[in-house]
Structure formats: C-alpha cells, structure tokens
Design a protein around this ligand. Structure first.
Ligand SMILES: Nc1nc2c(ncn2[C@@H]2O[C@H](COP(=O)(O)OP(=O)(O)O)[C@@H](O)[C@H]2O)c(=O)[nH]1
Ligand SMILES: [Mg+2]
Length: 141
C-alpha cells in the first residue's frame, strides 16, 4: 500500500478511516499528534484548522507518497481553500466521508470542495458501513 497522509478537519473521520483500512475494530480515540501506523500517517484536525500548525502538515507530507484530503459530507463549509493541494509535495486525492448519514446533495458539495482544493480524484466512503472502501483500497494499492 502507498504511504498516505490523512488531512482534514476535526472529527471528519480520519482515524476511523485508518482503522477501517487496517481492518481494526472501530473505536474512538482523539488524535493528539501526527503519528504513523503502518503506511498511514494520521494527523489531528487542529493542524488544518489552526494556521500555526499547517507547517507541520507540510513537513509530514514529505514522508508520504499520496496526500488524502478528507471532507465530511455532513459539514457544509469548505475546510480547504481553493488550490490547497499545491501546499504539498506529493499528489493529492479526496475522500468524502460519512456518506451513510448524508444526503446526496451534501455528498456532491463535499466532493466539489475537494476538487476545488485540487484533489485529482474523489472517493465517497463510509468507514462505518464500509461503503466505497474497496474502491479506495484499490487506488491505494
Ligand atoms: N456515520 C459515520 N460516522 C463516522 C464515520 N467516520 C467517522 N465517524 C464518526 O465521527 C467521529 C469522529 O471520527 P474520527 O475518526 O475520530 O475523526 P478525526 O478527528 O478526523 O480523526 C467518531 O464518532 C466516528 O465514529 C462514517 O463514515 N460514518
Ligand atoms: Mg483522529
């Protein structure tokens, strides 16, 4: 599997997706710092939301082959500015999370934000039901 960096707002589902990709039991645990588990580099949402932490995300991206931007379909505002992916060295893809609890319009809006941020491809997943996970895993092989 490709080494990936997970980036997204607080509570968008980064750690739950990591657990799903690893086949671990899903259990909530607050991500306090940047940490690597297998091929996945998980980051706290605060690093995206607080400007003085963004540099740490950029540094972490140097260890990754692919940046995965996550946007929860249940959040109606964009967490990434347009062109955000130019901030990172590796290419970026987008993942819309929590599609199990969102309306189709919310899912497509979140995907639009990710494409505007520069995501080359967008996957729609639920880490809870497993919807869309197989297609994402195939991309990460
Ligand atoms: N319904 C639903 N809830 C999810 C999904 N992914 C994560 N969550 C929930 O969202 C909350 C925050 O998830 P977490 O992975 O810790 O977010 P992080 O801050 O981005 O790491 C937890 O209560 C998860 O159970 C999903 O695909 N569907
Ligand atoms: Mg987390």
């Amino acid at each position: 599997m490709t080494v990936i960096l997970l980036v997204g707002g607080v509570g968008c589902g980064k750690t739950t997706l990591l657990q799903r990709l690893h086949g671990d039991e899903l259990s909530y645990s607050k991500t306090q710092t940047i940490h690597t588990e297998g091929k996945v580099i998980d980051t706290p949402g605060e690093y995206l939301e607080m400007p003085w932490f963004k540099h740490s995300l950029r540094m972490a991206s140097f260890d990754a082959e692919l940046v995965v931007l996550l946007a929860s379909a249940t959040v109606s505002e964009a967490k990434f500015p347009p062109g955000f992916t130019t901030f990172f060295m590796p290419p970026s893809i987008g993942v819309v999370t929590k599609v199990d609890i969102a309306e189709p319009g919310q899912i497509s809006l979140a995907g639009d934000y990710l494409r505007l941020a520069g995501a080359l491809e967008v996957f729609e997943v639920s880490a809870i039901t497993g919807q869309g996970i197989a297609a994402l895993e195939e991309r990460l092989l």
